[in-house]
Design a protein around this ligand. Structure first.
Ligand SMILES: Nc1ncnc2c1ncn2[C@@H]1O[C@H](COP(=O)(O)OP(=O)(O)O)[C@@H](O)[C@H]1O
Ligand SMILES: [Mg+2]
Length: 266
């Protein structure tokens, strides 16, 4: 048994939406949700097939929280460290995502699996994607992305949709007014190309990437607005903090730059 009450609980404040994430020794405790059982089945599958870039499931504690292993390393907190914006780390993130996808592709979800709702591709799902690879949800070790955390948004999707979500945050595909100082000098077109090359993205997916990014912006805007109202909490805080306007600006920036960016992808 884990003696949760005897060990110090250290709040982990880096995330966006989940209240009550704490570190206890070598573990993380997080509130459960309706998708937790399905996410645990996914994480157990990743462990079984030898994917080392995700937390392991330990179980549930006596307060009903999920227990995951604490992944050693650093998440790229603001202000961003220089190593988080290099081409090397972008390429390493692409190979990490590819390894995750290849491991996830053989996962057969349990009957009646429940996944978090969110925006998605219209194409038929190919696997369970992470669907939330933000700056906070990547753990770096020695300056290199080495693990994904926070699988709350995992759901059936396409490889391309997960690539698009990752590039929204890590390209990043954003209006320059919303960028961190270190990101402002980045050349986005070549970075999209670098990521797709390192991932080994199929040519037909590269051709569809930016159209799907625009579709995703529109769908994410509505999905986030709905969650801000129906779920509240961190979603409402993000919305009140301008998340919707940032999506709108990013989409307009993409529309203005799509042809130039697309030329790097084909
Ligand atoms: N398994 C883990 N290993 C290491 N750090 C973690 C782990 N889970 C969460 N964290 C830390 O706590 C922060 C918030 O947790 P996260 O699960 O991402 O919550 P949120 O849903 O709010 O984004 C993360 O950004 C990270 O810094
Ligand atoms: Mg998070």
């Amino acid at each position: 048994m884990f003696a949760a009450t005897l060990q110090e609980e250290i709040p982990l404040l880096g995330g966006d939406v989940t209240d009550g994430v704490v570190r206890v020794g070598d573990t993380v405790r997080r509130p459960t949700r309706s998708s937790t059982r399905s996410v645990h089945a996914l994480l157990r599958h990743l462990e079984a097939v030898g994917f080392d870039g995700a937390p392991r499931v330990v179980g549930l504690d006596d307060l009903g929280r999920e227990i995951l292993t604490y992944v050693d390393g650093d998440s790229a907190a603001r202000p961003l460290p220089a190593y988080a914006v290099t081409g090397e780390s972008l390429a390493a993130l692409a190979t990490l995502l590819r390894r995750f996808h290849d491991a996830s592709a053989s996962f057969v979800p349990p009957p009646h699996a429940v996944w978090e709702a969110g925006s998605n591709d219209d194409a038929a799902p190919e696997l369970i994607g992470h669907c939330d690879i933000t700056l906070d949800n990547v753990i770096f070790r020695d300056g290199t992305p080495s693990a994904l955390i926070d699988f709350d948004m995992a759901r059936p999707t396409t490889r391309l949709f997960d690539v698009v979500t990752t590039l929204r945050h890590w390209g990043p595909i954003a209006d320059p007014v919303d960028l961190e100082p270190l990101q402002r000098s980045l050349e986005i077109g070549p970075r999209l190309r670098l990521f797709c090359d390192a991932y080994g993205l199929a040519p037909r997916d590269r051709r569809r990437l930016l159209d799907l990014a625009r579709l995703r912006f529109d769908r994410s805007y509505h999905a986030m607005r709905a969650k801000a109202v129906t779920v509240g909490g961190g979603w409402a805080r993000m919305w009140a903090g301008g998340a919707g306007e940032r999506i709108r600006r990013a989409c307009a920036w993409l529309e203005n730059n799509q042809d130039e960016l697309h030329a790097h992808l084909i």
